[in-house]
Structures are given as C-alpha cells and as structure tokens.
Design a protein around this ligand. Structure first.
Ligand code: CUA
Length: 308
C-alpha cells in the first residue's frame, strides 16, 4: 500500500516501514484529538466569569486511572513489538548477499564493487538481489540516506556499519548525506541506479576494472609486507589468515571474538588491541598508512582466504 506524502517505495522493506510510521502517526493524531478537544472545550466552559458549575464531582477515579494506564501501555507495547520485529528484519542481512562497500569522505560517496568497479556519488545495483552495504568513513561522521529505500545509517570513522537492500523496481533514486559534515555537506549527494540484472552485468563489464577487490587486496598484502609474516612458511610466528574470517578467535585476554570485518580492520590498524591467544604483539600498526578503500580491499582479501 502506498501512503500520501511518503517517498516512492523502492525496497522490499519500505512498505512495512511505511505501515509502522503511518500507524504511529495515526495513533499520535488520535491522542492529540483526545487531549486537545476536551482541553479547548473546558477552556471556554470554565472561562473566568462564566456561570459554570464548579462544585467538585465524585468520579470513580481508581477505575479511570487504571483504564488510562492500561490501554496506552498495551498500545505502546504493541508498537514496540512491531517496531522491534521490523528492526531485526532491517538490521540482519539475509544470507547470500552481494557485497558493496561505501566510503564517505568530505564530500563524496565512494563505492567499491567486488568486481573492482568503482564509482563516485553513484551506486549501481541489480533489481531483486540482496545487496549488503559495508559503510566506512575516512574523516568525520556522515549519514548514508536513501529515502526511497528507507535507509538511513550513520557512517562513523573508526568502524564499519552495515545495511542491506533489495531493490523492487528499476529506476534512479536519491542518495543523500544527512549528517552535517562540513561546508559542502549539502553537495554530498548522488544517485542509486537500479538496473535489470543483465544490464547490471553489462555495466560491470563496461567499467573494465583492471583487478577485482580481492586481487587489489592481495597486491596490497604483498606490497605492505603482510605476506612476510603471515604467509605459511615465514620465520616469524604469526596467526595464519587462511580460514580465519567468520570464525571465533580466542584472545590472549581469554575473550573470544568473531573475526568479522571490524575485527580484521582493527587488527590492521590497532594490532595491540586484541592479540590472538598464543601469539605476541609483534605487528606494527598500519594506522595512517592505508586508506579506508585500501583497508576494505585488504578485508575483502582476508575474507576470500576464508574459503581457501
Ligand atoms: Cu557527509 Cu554530510
């Protein structure tokens, strides 16, 4: 169902989001009427100088109190349950998503496709495919806002945030930055182009990237000297990277963490933060030496090693 004043519903979650917002708006409107109509009525009825009956009236106060406590509580808990259910749908990326990286920087959106294609302020996606977006910021807090997809997510320096979308129909939709991020914040806008899967393939081929994201990551892995220690036969004892992604990693501190994108990123920039059990802290930090784009390709490479 479409609602007036709401943007076009370009994603599969948009309709549910709209129902929730529309429901909340109706409930708020109803509460407004219930409170304001009697208020305005009494304002006139008991105006100073008006001959109204001002004797105290005895009402069943206990029953009234109970009623106006329980009804709104039940209503609000209902909305809470509905909202929570929808929140989980939005926040949990379904399996088998294709992955696209988004990097926010003053003042543009940089997009990386796994095939190696890159774009600026444009995001091409195929219709009907689940797309997982990994969002990173190179400088300050930005906010990735796709109104037609009902997606708004802060992009925070120092960590990854994720979102997913499944486009329902072809077309060109709007992309905004919705967090004030400096003088040209208002210019940090672009488009999402939803294409037929075949057309999208053509578009990817037409872009002719020299290497995929994983190949790019592998090149950096050698260039930065990571392979010197992490390759199997090296003299330095370091955690092997093959098969590590997505698995639990026991740490020296006794904690166990999952080796996700954020963990890989932290291990490159802040190697002393979480040391794998059985190893010493010998790795230098790469903070300031690699850009967010390079980091994401290194992460893609480590991810690819998980399947080796
Ligand atoms: Cu980036 Cu506002």
């Amino acid at each position: 169902m479409k609602f007036p004043f709401f943007p076009h519903q370009a994603s599969t979650v948009a309709e549910q989001t709209d129902y929730l917002y529309f429901g909340l708006t109706c409930l708020s409107g109803l509460m407004l009427l219930i409170i304001f109509i009697p208020m305005i009525y009494f304002l006139f009825k008991y105006r100073r100088g008006k001959p109204a009956n001002r004797q105290p009236v005895h009402l069943p106060m206990f029953a009234i109190e109970i009623t106006w406590t329980i009804i709104p509580t039940v209503l609000m808990m209902g909305f809470f349950a509905w909202g929570a259910k929808h929140y989980f749908t939005i926040e949990r990326t379904p399996p088998n998503a294709m992955e696209i990286n988004v990097i926010g920087k003053q003042w543009m959106w940089k997009i990386q496709h796994p095939e190696g294609n890159r774009e600026i302020n444009e995001l091409h996606v195929p219709v009907g495919r689940i797309v997982k977006l990994t969002l990173a910021s190179q400088d300050v807090i930005h906010s990735f806002f796709l109104p037609e997809f009902r997606i708004k997510q802060d992009v925070v320096p120092g960590r990854y945030t994720t979102e997913w979308l499944k486009a329902k129909s072809e077309g060109t939709y709007r992309l905004f930055c919705s967090e004030f991020c400096g003088t040209q914040h208002s210019g940090m806008i672009g488009h999402v182009v939803v294409m037929e899967p075949g057309e999208y393939e053509q578009w990817l081929i037409h872009g002719q990237p020299s290497s995929t994201l994983v190949q790019e990551g592998e090149r950096l892995y050698r260039e930065l000297g990571c392979s010197g220690c992490h390759a199997g036969q090296s003299a330095v004892r370091s955690p092997p990277l093959e098969g590590v992604f997505g698995k639990p990693v026991p740490l020296q501190s006794g904690e166990i963490v999952i080796a996700d994108e954020g963990y890989i990123r932290d291990s490159i920039l802040l190697p002393a933060k979480q040391i794998a059990a059985g190893y010493t802290n010998d790795m230098p930090s790469f903070q300031g030496r690699v850009s967010e784009e390079e980091l994401l390709s290194l992460v893609a490479y480590v991810k690819a090693l998980a399947h080796k």
